[in-house]
Write a protein that binds this ligand. Structure first.
Ligand code: SAM
Length: 833
């Protein structure tokens, strides 16, 4: 060692732990005993020549924790290959009281500690270095028996928290504990005793204390884990021992039935398995007092067994099963509302043109008409306290709602405060509170349904909308709603109408001739308001709300009612009083009687037609060639009989009588009489058309010469009703006129006539238009070149007679004195049937 240095070097050990390989010159405090120290430790590999001079100083190599040195430390460090012990010591001294930590982060009790200089390192040399000849005589015992790590942040916080906890009050400590719990710091609450044990025990890297019960002073080994089966048995036994819970069935490997602790099966025997065949029967047998399957009332064997198994009284504590009780009873059953009539769901049709407005709104001139009357203060009758503002309440009679100003009762006692009750109820806004919902009906559009019950007279909802004048109502009906099928108009007060098109849900309430609601006006704080109230019978949950519209038909047509009530009036129309109803009933009966008669007539005529067909003989098969002489003879006889019967029939007799009563045909010698017009005898006919096709003025005719023939062609068109006789009239038309009437059938006859004129050229006495009875008419007539035209077979006879008359007339012309003036005319007759 030629050059002693004041250095520490790393040993050549493969272990890189700085702790285990640093060779220090321990200036032992106990100098006297230093010689006694066994020099078992090999010389340091770093002989410090500088310090060799001290006889007491010997280098002593520390062999700390050999068992640990073989292990790799948790935090391997790579550092400089050599350490300058002086500089290290200087650094430690500079650190002052906090020098318990060395650069490695380990507490320096095993290394150099200023406080323990005397104990550990002995006296330092004057220059502050450790004498190299120092040999540690004895290391002080370690306090914890384990090397300590520097405290982590968590430990520090915990420590600080403990300190703070000591000065805090209870609430503060609780808060602290909660905080610690949050930080996960109070997993193990160490008792002072435990702490001691903990301190004394080396827990090792795996923490052997995990397995130990630290609450006892003595170590008690934990009991061995029970086998799985034993565990189950123990648990089952524990369960069964509970008095209230139903006993559990021990698993047999199959899926177990779980017995409910509450509900339908509570109280049932454990052995009963309803899934098994006959389980139900067994239960029925067990019903106390019920007859067995054989009809006897002896208790069933199972029941006896069950009674034996259970102490008396315990069984009685079970509730009897309602499902079997009720098998014996009959009662009305109603499926709950939410099952048979679920509410509107997503996707259900909703009203389209509805804007919900839950408050009335005055529109247009209705503002002026709005009456703001002062309510008279109510005068409740003397017994109002008992009646609670019932039917005797003056306010109620006058349709005023009571309030604190006009009623002496308080709100709890007064029953005439419907609107304030409604406001209080619907304020919460729940379905039950509102109590109604809109739904689609089968054939009446949307309707309103109750979601709760309403007692008789209870307010259900308010009918709100736009308040308009009657004039505005008419206008809207005419212009805006003319194409609509549904109207939402309701008369509120004189001259005012509520239009619920933009209004509350009440506008969807449909009509019924047998309603369950009524609509009334009530004045609330001087304001008229309309509301729907439950009728006498009250309303059940799920019922459709209806009231009687007592409809004044705005439109021309009545709307058919589909309310389905027994007393349905058939239309959405006004209610009638007794007289009106009787009148309507009479009319209805008349209508029905006529319809029945008509139906009977039709039936009879049908039967007659059928009879005619069948009268031809049941064997009638159409025309057949009959060769059999016998059959021929029979048929002939039948025919004769029929003819005979026809002859004797009432119709034939009537015809014969008429024939006899008819006058003999007009004598041929007096044709002019046929043509002569006899006003008195003239039969009135209906004129369809009377038209002068060509009519020359009379003056013109008069001016013509004797030889000149004036042609006047006149077309007479006459109407004759069916079956009437035709009366030909050769009137000379004076003016052209046209009249119209109904045409049924038309027959036309055209006749050309030549009229004789007197010397002055006038028709004189012979003028047919003079219409004098018995007047002689001298006429010259000849058939028109066109001849007689006929357009119908019935006109044939008429034509004949006219033609005959005309021919006769020609004879007269032949006899006429020469030089007579003549006027020719063509007359057309038309027969309209
Ligand atoms: C005030 S609205 C009622 C709500 C209407 N159902 C809707 O869907 O908007 C009146 C209309 O409903 C129909 N309505 C109401 N009750 C009816 C009934 N009993 N029979 C037929 N239609 C009815 C008529 O078209 C009537 O004009």
């Amino acid at each position: 060692m030629a050059t002693p240095t004041n250095e520490m070097t790393r040993s050549n050990s493969t272990d890189s732990s700085a702790l285990s390989n640093i060779m220090v010159n321990n200036a032992a405090a106990d100098e006297g005993s230093s010689d006694d120290l066994p020099n078992s430790t090999p010389a340091t590999s770093l002989p410090d020549g500088g310090s060799v001079g001290s006889a007491k100083s010997r280098v002593h190599a520390i062999d700390p924790l050999p068992e640990e040195s073989s292990r790799r430390p948790k935090r391997a460090r790579t550092g400089p290959s050599t350490y300058n012990v002086k500089s290290l010591l200087d650094a430690q001294e500079g650190a002052g009281s906090s020098s318990s930590r060395n650069v490695s982060g380990l507490t320096g009790r095993t290394l150099v500690d200023d406080k323990d200089d005397g104990a550990l390192l002995g006296k330092k040399d004057d220059d502050g270095t450790i004498p190299m000849d120092w040999v540690p005589t004895e290391l002080p015992p370690r306090k914890s028996g384990k090397l300590q790590r520097r405290p982590s942040v968590r430990d520090k916080v915990k420590k600080a928290a403990n300190k703070v906890g000591q000065v805090l009050g209870k609430r503060g400590r609780d808060a602290m504990e909660a905080g610690k719990r949050k930080l996960g710091m109070n997993e193990v609450e160490e008792s002072p005793k435990q702490s001691k044990i903990m301190r004394e025990l080396d827990m090792g890297p795996k923490g052997v204390l995990d397995e130990m019960d630290l609450s006892d002073d003595e170590f008690v080994a934990p009991p061995p884990r029970p086998a799985k089966r034993a565990k189950i048995e123990a648990a089952t036994a524990k369960e069964l021992s509970k008095p209230t819970a139903p006993p559990l069935k021990i698993s047999s490997g199959k899926q177990e039935k779980t017995w409910q602790v509450q509900g339908l099966y509570v109280g049932q025997d454990v052995g009963m398995d309803p899934a098994k065949k006959g389980g139900q029967k067994k239960l029925q047998k067990k019903r106390p007092g019920s007859a067995g399957s054989d009809g006897s009332t002896k208790p069933a064997a199972d029941e006896t067994k069950a009674e034996e198994a259970e102490p008396a009284g315990q069984k009685a504590s079970y509730i009897t099963l309602p499902m079997f009780e009720y098998l014996d009873k009959t009662r009305d059953f109603k499926i709950p509302f939410d099952i048979y009539a679920p509410s509107l769901k997503k996707g259900d049709e909703k009203p389209k043109d509805w804007k919900q407005v839950n408050k009335n709104r005055l529109v247009g001139e209705a503002r002026e008409l709005w009456e703001m009357e002062k309510l008279p203060s109510s005068m409740p009758p003397s017994n109002s306290d008992e009646q609670g503002c019932g039917d005797d309440c003056l306010n109620r009679v006058m349709q005023y709602e009571c309030n604190d100003d006009n009623c002496s009762l308080n709100a709890e006692l007064c029953s005439n405060r419907a609107f304030s009750e409604l406001a209080a109820r619907t304020q919460k806004g729940g379905r039950f509170d509102v109590g109604v919902e809109v739904l689609q009906t089968g054939n009446r559009g949307f309707g309103v349904r109750s979601c709760r019950t309403f007692k008789a007279g209870q307010i259900i909802m308010e009918y709100t909308g736009e308040i308009i004048s009657e004039g505005e109502c008419q206008r809207r009906m005419r212009d805006e709603y003319k194409d609509k099928q549904c109207y939402y108009l309701m008369e509120l007060e004189r001259g005012l109408v509520i239009d619920g098109t933009k209004g509350s849900m009440a506008r969807f309430i449909n009509h019924s001739c047998s309603p369950n609601c009524e609509v009334r006006m009530v004045k609330v704080n001087n304001t008229p308001r309309m509301a729907v109230f439950a009728a006498e019978q009250g309303i059940m949950t799920g019922q459709e709300l209806t009231y009687d519209y007592n409809f004044d038909n705005f439109g021309a047509t009545k709307q058919v009612c589909h309310c389905g009530a027994e007393n349905c009036r058939g239309f959405l129309s006004k209610r009638l009083n007794a007289t009106e109803r009787k009148k309507l009933e009479r009319e209805e009966n008349d209508r029905k009687r006529k319809a029945a008669e008509e139906a009977q007539k039709n039936a009879e005529s049908e039967a007659r037609k059928k009879k005619i067909n069948t009268d031809r003989g049941s064997g009638w098969r159409g025309w057949l060639a009959v060769d059999d002489p016998e059959t021929k003879e029979r048929l002939r006889a039948e025919k004769r009989e029929r003819e005979e019967a026809e002859k004797n029939s009432s119709r034939a007799q009537r015809l014969a009588a008429r024939r006899q009563s008819l006058p003999a045909a007009a004598p041929a010698e007096k044709p002019a009489r046929v043509l002569k017009k006899k006003n008195s005898a003239r039969r009135k006919t209906t004129h369809l058309e009377e038209k002068a096709a060509t009519a020359e003025p009379e003056e013109e005719a008069r001016e013509t010469s004797v030889t000149e023939s004036t042609s006047l062609t006149t077309t007479h068109t006459r109407t004759v009703s069916r079956g009437s006789k035709f009366h030909e009239e050769l009137d000379r038309p004076t003016t052209a006129q046209t009249q119209t009437s109904t045409i049924t059938k038309r027959t036309e006859v055209s006749v050309s006539t030549t009229e004789l004129l007197d010397d002055e050229g006038t028709l004189g006495d012979s003028e047919p238009s003079s219409k004098e009875a018995g007047e002689e008419v001298r006429e010259q007539a000849e058939p028109s070149k066109k001849g007689l035209s006929r357009t119908a077979s019935k006109g044939k006879d008429v034509m004949k007679s006219v033609g005959e008359a005309v021919r006769k007339g020609l004879k007269g012309i032949e006899r006429a004195p020469s030089g007579s003036k003549m006027r020719q005319s063509t007359l057309s007759f038309a027969k309209i049937e």
